[in-house]
Design a protein around this ligand. Structure first.
Ligand SMILES: Nc1nc2c(ncn2[C@@H]2O[C@H](COP(=O)(O)OP(=O)(O)OP(=O)(O)O)[C@@H](O)[C@H]2O)c(=O)[nH]1
Ligand SMILES: [Mg+2]
Length: 460
C-alpha cells in the first residue's frame, strides 16, 4: 500500500487534499479496492487514500491491429495515472467479438485472475465499455472491482470539475452511467434508510433507483437554467457580430497553452488529461484589426463516454456555433492521425462537423528535426505554443479563413449614429473613412451576415 506521492503538475488543491487524507488500512480478508464502487452521492469512483494497483485489459476486436490495442492501453495507463492509480500488469486478447457474458473469454479471465493475485491488484480496468451484466460477472469471477475506461474518465472529470456547471454536468453523466449498473447493497442504501423513504412493496434497490432518478431530474433542471442564461448572453454576442473561434482538440494537445499564448491570459495549463473542463473565452485582435472571441474548450479522447458528451452538450454549443475551429494536434505524439480522427468524430456527435476547421500542429519544438506529419491538409499550420514559433502564421491564417467569404461594402452613417459606426468596426474591417455632408462614408469588409444586418446603411 502506498500513499499517493505528490506530483508536479497536480493542482495544489487536490494534492493537499490527498496528502491529508487518512491512510486506508488494509484487511487481508476484504478487498481494498474502491476504484469503481458505484456508491455515494459524492460521485467519486476511485479510492483516493492510496494509489490502487490496477490490471489493464484490452481486446483487439475483429481484424483490429494489435499494436493499436497496445497504444490504447498506453493511453488507458495514462488515464488511470491521472485518476491516481498505478498499472501493475496488462493483458490483451484478440477476439472476433466480445463475449456477451464476460467480455473476454473464460480462459483469459482465469489468466487475469492469476495476474491479479500475483500482483495483489485492487481493480481490473477494461479498455472498452462493459455492459452491466459483464461487469457483474467479471467482478464475481475476479473477486475484485472491474470497471471500464468510461468510469475512469468520469472519475477524472469529477476530480477536475470546479465550476457549478461543470460539477453538475459531471454528476449527471456519472449518475446516468451508474443507474443501469446499480445493484442490491450498493448505491444510496445508507442515506436512503428511514421511515417514509420506501413505498409499499418497494425493495431497497427500487428506492435507490428512484433517488438517482430524482437527482438526475434535478440536475437536468439546474443545467437547463444555466443554459438559458448562457443563450441570452450568446444572443447579445451575436448582435455585436463578433466572430467566434473555438479551440478544440485531443486532451493534452496544448489548447489552453495556445489560448494563453495568443491572448496573454492565465488559463490553467497542466500536463494532465482533462485539465480544462470549463470553457474560457478571451478577446483577440487579428492582424487586420478584426476582433474575435476565442474559446478554449474541454479536450476530447478516443471512446469519450457518450454520457459525458450528452451532459456537456450545452457547453459544447460554443463549438457548434463557432465561425472557425482551431483543431490543435500534438505533432509530437505517437499517432496524430488517430487523434485527429477521434476529435472529428466527437465534433460530428456534437453537431459541429460542418464548422470550418483549421488544423494546428502544436509542440513543434519537441520534434527535434522530425517532419511534421502534415497529412493532406495544405492549410494546416505548424506552431509551438511553448515558444511562440508559427503563431504569426496562425493568426494570419485565422484572419484569412474568417475573411474568405467577406464582401466589401460602402456605407453612409449619419454623424448622430455613432453606435452604427462602432458596430461596423466590431463586425469587420474598416478600409477607408471619409467625412461628407451627410455623415461618415465608409468602405468596410464584412462577412455576409453582418453585411445583411447593416444593409440599411449601404450605398452604391
Ligand atoms: N513542449 C511543448 N509543450 C507544450 C506545448 N503546448 C503545450 N504544451 C504542454 O502540454 C501540456 C498540456 O497543455 P495544455 O495547454 O494544458 O493542454 P490542453 O489541450 O489544454 O489539455 P486539456 O485541457 O487537459 O485537454 C502542458 O504540460 C503544456 O505545457 C508546446 O508547444 N510545446
Ligand atoms: Mg486545457
Amino acid at each position: 500500500m502506498t500513499e499517493r506521492p505528490r506530483r508536479a503538475g497536480d493542482s495544489p488543491g487536490t494534492a493537499s487534499h490527498r496528502a491529508s487524507a487518512p491512510v486506508h488500512e488494509t484487511d487481508d480478508t476484504t478487498h481494498r479496492g474502491g476504484f469503481g464502487t458505484h456508491g455515494g452521492e459524492s460521485g467519486a469512483f476511485i479510492e483516493r487514500t492510496f494509489r490502487e494497483q490496477i490490471v489493464l485489459v484490452g481486446v483487439s476486436l475483429g481484424g483490429a491491429d494489435p499494436t493499436r490495442t497496445d497504444a490504447d492501453l498506453d493511453e488507458l495507463a495514462q488515464l488511470i495515472d491521472t485518476a491516481g492509480a498505478d498499472e501493475v500488469a496488462r493483458v490483451s486478447q484478440r477476439r472476433s467479438a466480445p463475449d456477451p457474458a464476460t467480455y473476454i473469454g473464460a480462459g483469459k479471465a482465469k489468466e487475469v485472475l492469476a495476474l491479479c493475485e500475483q500482483h495483489d491488484a485492487d481493480t481490473v480496468v477494461f479498455d472498452d465499455e462493459l455492459s452491466p451484466a459483464q461487469q457483474f460477472n467479471l467482478e464475481k469471477l475476479l473477486g475484485r472491482t472491474a470497471i471500464d475506461r468510461t468510469a475512469v474518465i468520469l472519475d477524472i472529470f469529477a476530480q477536475n470539475a470546479s465550476s457549478q456547471e461543470g460539477q453538475a454536468q459531471v454528476e449527471l453523466a456519472q449518475l446516468r452511467y451508474r443507474l443501469p449498473r446499480l445493484r442490491r447493497g450498493q448505491g444510496f442504501s445508507q442515506q436512503a434508510g428511514g421511515i417514509g423513504t420506501r413505498g409499499p412493496g418497494e425493495t431497497q434497490l427500487e428506492v435507490d433507483r428512484r433517488r438517482i432518478q430524482r437527482r438526475i431530474h434535478k440536475l437536468e433542471a439546474q443545467l437547463r437554467t444555466i443554459t438559458k442564461n448562457r443563450q441570452v448572453q450568446g444572443r447579445s454576442r451575436r448582435r455585436s457580430a463578433q466572430h467566434t473561434v473555438a479551440i478544440v482538440g485531443y486532451t493534452n494537445a496544448g489548447k489552453s497553452r495556445l489560448l494563453n499564448r495568443l491572448t496573454d491570459s492565465g488559463v490553467l495549463v497542466q500536463n494532465r488529461l482533462f485539465a480544462t473542463l470549463d470553457a474560457a473565452t478571451r478577446r483577440l485582435e487579428l492582424p487586420g484589426g478584426e476582433r474575435v472571441l476565442v474559446t478554449d474548450t474541454v479536450g476530447f479522447i478516443q471512446k469519450l463516454p457518450h454520457q459525458l458528451v450528452e451532459a456537456f452538450r450545452s457547453t459544447l454549443d460554443v463549438v457548434a456555433e463557432a465561425d472557425l475551429l482551431l483543431h490543435v494536434v500534438d505533432a509530437s505524439g505517437a499517432d496524430p492521425e488517430a487523434h485527429i480522427a477521434a476529435v472529428r468524430q466527437v465534433l460530428r456527435e456534437i453537431g459541429a462537423g460542418a464548422v470550418p476547421e483549421l488544423l494546428v500542429y502544436n509542440k513543434c519544438d519537441l520534434l527535434a528535426g522530425r517532419q511534421v506529419p502534415l497529412g493532406t491538409d495544405k492549410d494546416a499550420v505548424v506552431i509551438s505554443a511553448a515558444t511562440g514559433e508559427g503563431t504569426d502564421k496562425l493568426l494570419a491564417a485565422m484572419a484569412d479563413h474568417l475573411r474568405a467569404d467577406a464582401v466589401i461594402v460602402e456605407l453612409l452613417v449619419p454623424y448622430a449614429r455613432g453606435e452604427v459606426l462602432a458596430a461596423v468596426q466590431r463586425a469587420g474591417q474598416v478600409l477607408t473613412t471619409d467625412t461628407t455632408d451627410d455623415g461618415y462614408r465608409l468602405q468596410a469588409r464584412l462577412d455576409p451576415a453582418s453585411a445583411a444586418r447593416l444593409s440599411q446603411w449601404m450605398v452604391g
